[in-house]
Design a protein around this ligand. Sequence first.
Ligand SMILES: O=C(O)CCC(=O)C(=O)O
Length: 314
Amino acid sequence: MPMNLSISSVPRVDISTLTPEAFRQRYQQTWTPVVITGLLENEPDWTLEYLCAKIGDREFMVRNYERANYNSGEAKRSRVGSGVALETMRFSDYAELLRRGEVQENDLYLGKAPLKTTPLTQTSTWKTLGDKLGFTQPVTDFKMYMGSGSHRSGLHYDILDNTLIQLHGVKKIVLFPPSQTYNLYPFPILGHLRHGMKLRCCFSQVSLDHPDFDAFPKFKQALEHKQEVILERGETLYLPASWWHDVSGIDNTMMCSVNRFWRIYPARRALLNWERWRSILGVVCAIPYIGGNLIAALVQPHPQSTIRQILYRI
Ligand SMILES: O=C(O)CCC(=O)C(=O)O
């Protein structure tokens, strides 16, 4: 059967044409992704120099995805999400690795870097961002995701509403609606018993670059629902909970964005959402593994770094 590969793109809307009420009705209640422009007019370009001046001396967790793993063409367990090897690094040292090309070479990604106590998100732009869209209940603070454009996040979904804000370079986001969950072959919930939060059931086993249609035949059906967006600097993607997404760059240059998760509105959207429940079940299954690892860490002479890594993955 011929495959329909036409790809729809996510609509764009300028904040000047949108009230919080209109945003709720048109996008939040209907579970529809949208790119919002004009939200960050006064925000400077987050170049490497700008970031070094603001947070050069701060330490963050860096994920090592090991570029060599990419050659296998499979969504390997060892390189899914934050389950990869982690290292704590000063931002200025990470910037140096980026300048030297080592970030690209090894695919070192600065993911989920907390910006709460940094000067980067202390301005009124950031404080009022949620109000402009009618988001009143943040669940997380602003977290930064940056690295080389050759990085790819891996196809996954989150269980809260998300705003992903592009601040330097561009990101390409491939999306699939929640209706496609079982055509995307998520890792099993019970995998959390064995891997804790290192291997999450919200990740797909399919490699978007080299899909194995023999192993994952229903992925062809998912492709009929694929959407794509190139997120430019200053734009914000509203990504409703449970929408599958894969985030990558389009070249080798640096890309940087910030996300924030919000409580799902209205509450019935959260209650009637199977993807959310399967992730929650996954976390419950991970509890014995996490507990065992925490106890093992506490009997080590210097447990702080291991404990920090365990908490980072939760
Ligand atoms: O920007 C990225 O690399 C990943 C962001 C993401 O997956 C998210 O905001 O949910």
